[in-house]
Design a protein around this ligand. Structure first.
Ligand code: TTP
Ligand code: MG
Length: 390
């Protein structure tokens, strides 16, 4: 592909005080207050602090005891990972509405290559502003956005005016933007390298940029040219979109080996249901269903079968898995089972309603999914899965 670096348009988005902001969103009485999220036990550390608490010196990874001494009036909250994942999915939904080239770095942070989106959405700065607005409208939260012609500069730009930042660094402004920054901001200059460069009198990116390669080489070795390019704001790395799952599976190792056919089938049905549900959540259908059986002597048998049309119906996936299981069972009537699993692969996008031959099953699955979304995984089981051993 070899795109010219100056022609790319890259955006880096990072949510502001992410966990703490979600807590304030869900509990309006916390707004305007110092909020610290993290482990509340004796060895807890701070996950994040909002900007009110940061004024007192509290920061991520600090022992909670120290945070309490620095900011005793703050609200201290234990993290709620599943809620943060939920909000993160909404934020990433906003990203994907602008470009498919989204590289997530964590729950609250991503690179977007919007080079091909300019024609549709207008200039880079407009897209950045639009992302901020859409994130706020969708989630109620603030993000900081950096825009530049490569990842390195875009990332520094999103950090340059946090919180609620919106910074565009045009190619001709890169030098002025980077030069005053401390050398530690260069990716890959770690805690060990930084003091050695400082010892050479190199404190800023600008000083490193103007330094002689021969002076840098004893410290930076074969990475000298790489860092000199970074210091000049040159970074050719592509945005690498996160790969979707290639297979979805569920398996369990039993506390005691199991021989009973009914019991194994009910476990199999439970797993088929879990797997099918994950497929439905991602709007995928699978054409291949597999089972994995490990017997009491640690022999593992994988078996699989493919269908002409993909499915994400719990009953169809179970029927396939059961047929594979019965075939194995016919040859191993008395073999106790130690591990049992159901897997799916060979994915395709889910057909739109009406296009699927599986319409009746899909209606039932949707009803059950709706109930479980509201009341939790274990409130419903039907057929064999009711007999499952806990
Ligand atoms: P960050 O983006 O590093 O921090 P932040 O979003 O809280 O604040 P800001 O970006 O405005 O500086 O991390 C995102 C979330 O990841 C953060 O809210 C909590 C979590 N996190 C930890 O759990 N432990 C850590 O050490 C860090 C740095 C983050
Ligand atoms: Mg953040």
């Amino acid at each position: 592909m070899g795109q010219c670096s100056t022609s790319r348009s890259i955006i880096h988005v990072d949510m502001d005080a992410f966990y703490a902001s979600v807590e304030q969103l869900d509990r309006p009485e916390l707004r305007g207050k110092a909020v610290i999220v993290g482990g509340l036990g004796p060895r807890g550390v701070v996950s994040t602090a909002n900007y009110e608490a940061r004024k007192f010196g509290v920061h991520s990874a600090m022992p909670m005891g120290q945070a309490r001494r620095l900011c005793p009036h703050a609200e201290f909250i234990a993290p709620r990972a599943s809620r943060y994942r939920e909000v993160s999915a909404q934020v990433f939904g906003v990203f994907h509405a602008v470009t498919p080239l989204v590289q997530g770095l964590s729950l609250d942070e991503a690179f977007l290559d919007v080079s091909a989106s300019l024609r549709l959405f207008g200039p880079l700065e407009d897209i950045g502003r639009r992302l901020k607005r859409d994130i706020h409208e969708t989630t109620g939260l603030a993000a900081s956005v950096g825009m530049a012609h490569n990842k390195f500069v875009a990332k520094l730009a999103s950090d340059a005016d946090k919180p609620d930042g919106l910074v565009y660094v045009p190619a001709e402004g890169v030098q002025a933007f980077l030069d005053p920054m401390p050398i530690g901001r260069l990716w890959g200059i770690g805690r060990k390298t930084e003091p050695r460069l400082r010892a050479l009198g190199l404190l800023t990116i600008g000083q490193l940029r103007r330094a002689d390669a021969g002076v840098l080489r004893p410290v930076l070795g074969n990475r000298t040219e790489h860092f000199m390019r970074l210091a000049r704001g040159i970074d050719e790395r592509e945005v690498e979109p996160s790969q979707p799952d290639k297979s979805i599976s569920h398996e369990v190792t039993f506390d005691v080996d199991i021989n009973g056919r009914e019991e194994l089938l009910s476990e199999l049905q439970h797993q088929a249901d879990r797997v099918a549900r994950r497929l439905r959540k991602q709007h995928l259908v699978a054409r291949t269903v597999s089972i994995k059986i490990r017997d009491s002597r640690f022999r593992t048998v994988p078996r699989s079968r493919s269908m002409v049309a993909g499915s994400n119906s719990s009953s169809t996936i179970y029927r396939m898995a059961r047929a594979l299981f019965e075939a194995w069972r016919a040859e191993h009537r008395t073999t106790p089972v130690r591990l049992l699993g159901v897997g799916t692969s060979n994915f395709e996008d889910e057909p739109r309603p009406g296009e699927s031959p599986d319409t009746k099953n899909r209606r039932l699955d949707r009803v059950l999914d709706g109930i479980r979304d509201r009341f939790g995984e274990d409130r419903i089981a039907h057929g064999q899965a009711l007999r499952r051993r806990k």
